[in-house]
Design a binder for this molecule. Structure first.
Ligand code: F0G
Length: 459
C-alpha cells in the first residue's frame, strides 16, 4: 500500500466555526494585525503552534481520570518518572509546568553576567531566559542551516569548529553548558544528526562542559536519524532516542510537543548538586518535586504520551504529513524552507515577497493575508520575532531569515484540512503582488511578537 494513513480513529470531534473573508478582515483589524490576539474561535485551521495543541489519545484521557492527586509521592509521578528515565536515562527527572519553567530554573542556577550559552539555535524562550539572567546566548548553526533553498539531511547541526573556537576564546569557566536543540525549531524544524550530537559531546567533554538537550521534539529528530543517517535504518526510534540522550548530561523538555500533552515539561539532570539546586528552586516557583506545577492527571497524560510518541506508525505518518504539505506547496511554486521540517513548514517570506523589505515585515504580511484568505493562523518567525532597532543609532537589524511557520498540531488535522491549507497558501501566493508591508505601532520590551500591534502600509 502506498497511502500512509492516519494511524488512529477519531472518537471525539470539535466543530470548526466558519467565517467569511469580510468577517476576518474586521477581526484582523481589531487584533492589530497580530494573530496572537485573534480569538481561537475565529480561526478555521490553527497552525500557530504545535505546542500544547496535540489531540490526546483515549488512553491519555483515561489517565486524566486515573491521575493520583496526592501532594507528595503521587503514583502518577512515579509512572511518569519511570518512562522519562527509561527514554532519557537521566538520574533526576524534575517535572515543571512547561518547557520555559525548566529553562528558567536551569539558567537561574547556571546563568548570570559573564556567562555564555552556546546552542545550535536557541528558541526564543531559551534565549530570553538566558538573557534575563544576565548571560549571553550564542548560536552556532552549521552554515548550510541558514540557506533556505538547499536540500540537506541535517540542517540543524551545530557548527562544531566554531563552538570549539568560542570555548577557547571565552574560557570553559564561563560556559556552564553547551546546548543542542532537537529539532531546530527556530531554524526550520531541521534535525541534528547523531554524529553531530556525538561530536558536540566530545568537544564539550574535552573542556569539561556538560551537554544539555532542548529535547522538545526528540522523537521527530530520532525518526529523521532513522530515515537519513547511515547505520540507523534498522534501529527503532526508541533505541535511537536513547542513544541521543546517552550523550547528554541533562535536558530541558517541553512535553507540549513530543509528549503529546496540552501542558507539561521537565528537567532531566545527571549531576547531584545541580539537581538539588533545581529542586530547591522548583519548590519555591513551581511546586513539590513530585508534581512541579502540574496536577497528577497531567503527569499521567505525560507518561502515556511518552509511551506513544516513539510508535513508528505514528512517526511515519507525522513526518510524512508535514512533508506532504511541503511537497505540494513546492510543486505550485511556493518558496519554502527546504527540506520540510519535522513539525512545520516554513514559508520563505524573502523569496515569497521579494519587494517587501525586512523592516516592513514580509512574513507578517503573509501571515495576515493567509488569515484573511483562508482563516488559517500561522506565525511570523523573522524580523518581528528576532529583528531589533539599535538604541543609540536607530539602525534596524533584521533577522537572518524571514519565515512564516505553518506548525502542524499532532493528530489534529486530516489530509483534507491540509489540502485546504495548500489551496489557501496558493491563493495568497497568486495575489502576492498586492500584499502590503506592515509597520509596528506598539511593541513590548521583550518577546514583542506576542503582543505587538501593526498597521498595513498603504501601497
Ligand atoms: N524550546 C523549543 C525548541 C521550543 O520550541 C519551545 C516552545 C520551548 C523550548 C519552550 O517550551 O512553550 O513549553 O515553555 N515552542 C513553542 C512553539 C511555543 O510554538 O514553537 P514551552
Amino acid at each position: 500500500m502506498k497511502t500512509i494513513i492516519e494511524p488512529f480513529k477519531i472518537k471525539s470531534v470539535e466543530p470548526i466555526k466558519f467565517t467569511t473573508v469580510e468577517d476576518r478582515q474586521e477581526i484582523l483589524h481589531e487584533a492589530g494585525y497580530n494573530p496572537f490576539l485573534i480569538h481561537a474561535e475565529d480561526v478555521l485551521i490553527d497552525l500557530l503552534t504545535d505546542s500544547g495543541t496535540s489531540a490526546m489519545s483515549s488512553k491519555q484521557w483515561a489517565g486524566i481520570m486515573d491521575g493520583d492527586e496526592s501532594y507528595a509521592g503521587a503514583r502518577s509521578f512515579f509512572r511518569f518518572e519511570k518512562i522519562a528515565k527509561e527514554i532519557t536515562g537521566f538520574k533526576y527527572i524534575i517535572p515543571t509546568h512547561q518547557g520555559r519553567a525548566a529553562e528558567k530554573i536551569l539558567f537561574t542556577i547556571l546563568g548570570g553576567p559573564g556567562k555564555y550559552f552556546p546552542n545550535n539555535t536557541h528558541f526564543d524562550t531559551t534565549r530570553a531566559n538566558i538573557e534575563f539572567s544576565g548571560a549571553e546566548a550564542v548560536d552556532f548553526l552549521t552554515p548550510i542551516g541558514k540557506d533556505t533553498s538547499t536540500i540537506a539531511d541535517f540542517k540543524g547541526n551545530m557548527d562544531i569548529e566554531k563552538l570549539e573556537q568560542f570555548i577557547k576564546e571565552k574560557g570553559r569557566e564561563n560556559i556552564p553548558l553547551v546546548m543542542i536543540t532537537i529539532t531546530n525549531n527556530a531554524g526550520g524544524g531541521q534535525p541534528v544528526s547523531m554524529d553531530n550530537i556525538r561530536k558536540t559531546k566530545e568537544v564539550a567533554a574535552k573542556y569539561g562542559i556538560p551537554l544539555f538537550l532542548d529535547a522538545c521534539r526528540f522523537a521527530e529528530n530520532a525518526f529523521f536519524i532513522k530515515k537519513r543517517e547511515k547505520g540507523y535504518e534498522n534501529k527503532s526510534a526508541k533505541e535511537i532516542a536513547k542513544e541521543i540522550f546517552s550523550y547528554a548530561d541533562g535536558c530541558t523538555m517541553s512535553a507540549k510537543k513530543d509528549a503529546l500533552v496540552n501542558m507539561g515539561g521537565f528537567l532531566g539532570i545527571n549531576n547531584d548538586d545541580l539537581a538539588m539546586k533545581a529542586r530547591n528552586i522548583l519548590i519555591v516557583t513551581e511546586g513539590f518535586p513530585t508534581y512541579g506545577g502540574l496536577a497528577g492527571r497531567d503527569l499521567e497524560a505525560m507518561a502515556q504520551g511518552l509511551e506513544e510518541i516513539l510508535d513508528e506508525h505514528y512517526l511515519t505518518y507525522r513526518i510524512r504529513s508535514v512533508e506532504y504539505l511541503g511537497e505540494k506547496l513546492t510543486a505550485v511554486g511556493v518558496p519554502i524552507l527546504q527540506p520540510p521540517g519535522g513539525h512545520a513548514i516554513y514559508l520563505d517570506a524573502k523569496r515569497f515577497l521579494p519587494n517587501i523589505p525586512a523592516h516592513q515585515y514580509p512574513g507578517q504580511s503573509i501571515v495576515c493575508e493567509l488569515y484573511k484568505t483562508g482563516g488559517i493562523r500561522s506565525v511570523e518567525i523573522g524580523s518581528v520575532m528576532f529583528g531589533k532597532t539599535e538604541k543609540n543609532t536607530g539602525r534596524f537589524i533584521p533577522s537572518a531569515l524571514e519565515l512564516v511557520r505553518l506548525a502542524i498540531p499532532r493528530r489534529v488535522y486530516t489530509q483534507s484540512h491540509i489540502d485546504y491549507v495548500i489551496e489557501s497558501v496558493q491563493e495568497v501566493f497568486n495575489n502576492r503582488s498586492k500584499l502590503p508591508g506592515y509597520k509596528i505601532t506598539y511593541e513590548a520590551p521583550m518577546l514583542r511578537h506576542f503582543t505587538a500591534q501593526f498597521e498595513p502600509i498603504k501601497l
